[in-house]
Design a protein around this ligand. Sequence first.
Ligand code: PMV
Length: 335
Amino acid sequence: APSNIALVKYWGKHGQQLPQNPSISFTLSQCVTTTAVSFSPRQTGETAFDFLFEQKKQPAFHPKIQQFLERITPYFPALEGHRLSISSQNSFPHSSGIASSASAMAALALCIVDFEKQFHPLWTEEAALQKASFLARLGSGSAARSIAGPLMVWGQSKAFPQSNDHYAIAPAVEWHPIFHDYQDTVLIVDKGQKKVSSTLGHGLMQGHPFAAQRFEQAHSHLEEIKAALTTGDLERFIDLTEAEALTLHAMMMTSNPRFVLMQPNTLALLQKVWDFRAQTDLPLCFTLDAGANVHLLYPRQDRNPIMDFIQKELLVHCQQGQYIEDQVGNGAKKN
Ligand code: PMV
């Protein structure tokens, strides 16, 4: 299962991993988690799972997996009678500061649904993918969107008739072809662990002075970005994407407690992107996750001059010059 990068951000949740506002993301293609699970009857007293990450035991991941299995068991009770041997690896460096929970939880959910399918011979492929997105959501909200592609919507929105809070959908919309292979070059500014955990981060929106306006804004941004994504209006796309990235950080800077997750190099990069765009008129823009790294988004047709600019001007702001080249993709695959 691939990672994904949100254009309209999910920030704030309630109940059992339900979003406070709808979000939309590009599904990526190079940053993936590959997971294999074997299921065996579980004997009394046996642990529910064992886990290998890149061929090694990784007890640090156990609590998250344990919590995930506990959360999903009510939706697949037969899981209780099975022991899972899970083996997982990432295509991207573990310590790159790239969050892997979306691809990891999506891959694990897909393996479990693949096993569950035998109990539901009438399930369509679509039903199975919906269930996988639903289960992945219970592991990590954004994982709900790492199932299909090229664009995924999660959370109820007027702009997308089938959208809902429980699982993500790949809307039946004809996206402008320019977005089918849009580039995402991730500039690694900080390889460290996340400074604010996801749970703490979403919790910051509870009682946030700007929460209501923010959730409302996400709804209208989603409607507007749908128009830009179907017509290929890059100016509008850039405006909305950058507004969303900075709003996410503005929410963190104005919550209680407050956090600044951008670093001096993040700001230097944003400024250089703006200068480059003004000078060249090339449609290069950025988005950010809840961290210091910068995702550069641009059309494939503009790759040469933009890669040249990245190499010459931007890599000096990256930790050990590190970056990852990715592009929009079509979702998870069974090997
Ligand atoms: O899936 P979580 O709970 O780690 O939340 C992810 C939130 C953001 O990455 C900041 C935004 C998003 O929509 O992916």
